[in-house]
Design a protein around this ligand. Structure first.
Ligand SMILES: [Zn+2]
Ligand SMILES: [Zn+2]
Length: 161
């Protein structure tokens, strides 16, 4: 320990490799190295600054977290995923119906057309009503989904072609 204590253990002092003996002090705050007065002061200031930074950071973070509602954003993402899924299902169904050969008309197909038309009119209406607030889109697109599932017979649009 006596050998070590003859030189400041700060990296800069070590690099300089200056073996001249200076008075050393124990940095008892955090690293427990023996340091010259200059580096001990720097260490001390560094710790003070860090505490200030951390306090500042915490204050700012607290402000930001009151403004950013993580749960709400998560919910909006889920709602958008649901809306996209609904759109994609509908797209598939409509494209199938539009590709049906005219000569293969049947009562069953016409019923599917009627259902699809009603559904499209409904989603267009909902889209017009909910101008851009995700919460609205959420409630409405969910209610559409539920309505369709409850009231209408299950039709496998994949089999139409
Ligand atoms: Zn230290
Ligand atoms: Zn030093």
């Amino acid at each position: 320990m006596s050998k070590l204590s003859s030189q400041c253990q700060d990296e800069l002092c070590l690099k300089e490799g200056d073996p001249k003996s200076t008075r050393l002090y124990l940095c008892s705050h955090h690293c427990y190295k023996m340091l010259c007065l200059k580096h001990l002061t720097e260490h001390d200031q560094c710790i003070k600054n860090r505490t200030q930074y951390q306090n500042k950071l915490k204050d700012l973070w607290d402000i930001y977290t009151t403004k950013f509602d993580e749960d709400k954003v998560e919910k909006q993402i889920q709602n958008l995923k649901i809306e996209l899924k609904n759109y994609q299902n509908l797209k598939k169904c409509i494209e199938n119906l539009l590709s049906i050969n005219h000569f293969h008309g049947s009562m069953e197909n016409n019923q599917k057309f009627e259902i699809a038309i009603a559904k499209l009119q409904k989603v267009i209406e909902q889209k017009n009503q909910s101008e851009s607030t995700y919460d609205n889109i959420d409630l409405k697109s969910k209610s559409i989904t539920n309505d369709e599932e409850e009231k209408q017979p299950v039709i496998d649009y994949g089999k139409i072609s």
